[in-house]
Write a protein that binds this ligand. Structure first.
Ligand code: SF4
Ligand code: SF4
Length: 115
């Protein structure tokens, strides 16, 4: 499953620089698939197809947030989710709403195609 950040986040930014998929963004900042990827189109969780350079609304205005469509739980990069490892207050937790198998996560990593 993807990882999510809870409202307890203290906005230290430690997780953002550790994410191999560039799936973590500061609260209030727009995100895009193209940031850290090379795909031209992406399918969002709601089925909508968007251009990878299109700016998307922030998932949170106040704390750092994770884009579930870009989170692979670090599969293919690290043995454990890096955001969970570095968060000083343990507010990166599994998102029960986005469960994916190891195989699905590997495919997702291939799709993201990190530059
Ligand atoms: S689990 Fe890995 S890929 Fe997902 S948001 Fe955390 S650091 Fe990024
Ligand atoms: S490491 Fe934890 S506290 Fe720091 S920005 Fe990330 S989620 Fe928030």
């Amino acid at each position: 499953m993807a990882i999510k950040i809870t409202d307890e986040c203290i906005n230290c930014g430690a997780c953002e620089i550790k994410c191999p998929n560039k799936a973590i963004y500061e609260g209030g900042k727009e995100w895009s698939f193209s940031y850290g990827t090379s795909d031209s189109q992406f399918k969002k969780n709601n089925g909508q197809i968007v251009g990878s350079f299109d700016l998307q609304k922030p998932n949170s205005d106040s704390v750092y947030y994770i884009v579930t469509e870009k989170c692979t739980e670090c599969v293919g990069f690290h043995d454990e989710p890096q955001c969970i490892s570095v968060c000083p207050i343990d507010c990166c937790i599994p998102d029960e709403n986005f469960k994916e198998t190891e195989e699905e996560l590997k495919e997702k990593k291939q799709t993201i195609q990190i530059r």
